[in-house]
Design a binder for this molecule. Structure first.
Ligand SMILES: C[S@@+](CC[C@H](N)C(=O)[O-])C[C@H]1O[C@@H](n2cnc3c(N)ncnc32)[C@H](O)[C@@H]1O
Length: 269
């Protein structure tokens, strides 16, 4: 069982609530990252693409998108969302089917290169060791065209530390409740996701007034994440033949010690 398998039915809405509305995120990626730094871009490799919410918007905008993710169930959900399959509009040289690939982002070989490698919604933070982050940078570099750009975002260490201090977050889905808490472990952080799933079965010993007669099944899932200092990431990008074009605080623009979510936009050099 892979990360997010149990949480899959709730994933989409919770992730967008926690982060930012999808439309804003896509607008930022399209205008402030891709058109600004690689206006000629036509092909995108979305790494850790999940259920394809972001990719779908890029396809609609005429890009040719390939998606890669380690979780088969995420990709199945993406496929279902793509039914009927989306194809890029023909005026963008499209007509090609979109491709979904099951692979690990730290070690893959697609035998082709792209104008943009995108890894967003802090997906890189699912890689727990620095070696895996370095491996991902190497994979991105290998799969970019000359002057292609790598766009990824992180949840900062400051953000993870703050979340661990915060109270639990609760989300209601009809009769189900999802509770998210984060804990700090010696070498990483862990989301503890508790899903209180309402069971549509009568309680074996119902109370007379019908109070408290709901049965809930508790489903738990642990999602591990990690982050590294911004300066360390910057140094590594430069060391691995990327030119850092911009780092930007997604919420406030200027990156500071208290930034929660930071995007890095780099060019293959
Ligand atoms: C926070 S989700 C983001 C998904 C997507 N970018 C979005 O916007 O919804 C993180 C994704 O990373 C994927 N993932 C985690 N580790 C991975 C790995 N080693 N290789 C590829 N994908 C991975 C998970 O399966 C999940 O779909």
């Amino acid at each position: 069982m892979k990360t997010y398998d149990k949480f899959l039915d709730y994933y989409e809405e919770v992730v967008r609530w926690i982060n930012s509305p999808l439309e804003d995120e896509v607008e930022f990626l399209k205008e402030d990252c891709i058109r600004e730094y690689n206006s000629e871009a036509k092909t995108i490799l979305e790494v850790a693409c999940g259920t394809w919410s972001v990719a779908k918007e890029f396809i609609k905008a005429g890009y040719e998108v390939t998606g890669l993710d380690i979780n088969e169930n995420m990709l199945k959900k993406a496929e279902a969302l793509l039914n009927p399959p989306l194809t890029p509009p023909s005026n963008h040289g499209g007509g090609k089917k979109v491709e979904l690939i099951l692979w690990d982002m730290t070690n893959f070989d697609l035998w082709k290169t792209f104008d943009v490698v995108l890894c967003n919604y802090n997906s890189i933070c699912h890689l727990l060791t620095w070696q895996e982050w370095q491996d991902f940078f190497a994979m991105a570099h290998k799969h970019l065209n000359k002057n292609g750009i790598l766009i990824f975002d992180i949840n900062t260490l400051f953000e993870f530390e703050s979340i661990t201090r915060d109270f639990a977050q609760f989300y209601t889905f009809g009769d189900d409740v999802v509770c998210l808490e984060m804990f700090k472990k010696p070498s990483h952080f862990e989301w503890l996701i508790k899903i209180f799933s309402h069971k549509k079965v009568p309680h074996p010993n119902p109370l007379p007034e019908g109070e408290g007669n709901n049965l809930y099944e508790l489903i738990t899932e642990v999602v591990k994440e990690n982050s590294f200092p911004i300066s360390k990431i910057e140094k590594e990008l430069k060391a691995t033949w990327f030119k850092l074009l911009e780092k930007v605080d997604y919420h406030y623009g200027q990156v500071s010690a208290e930034s929660e979510r930071v995007y890095f936009i780099s060019k293959k050099s």
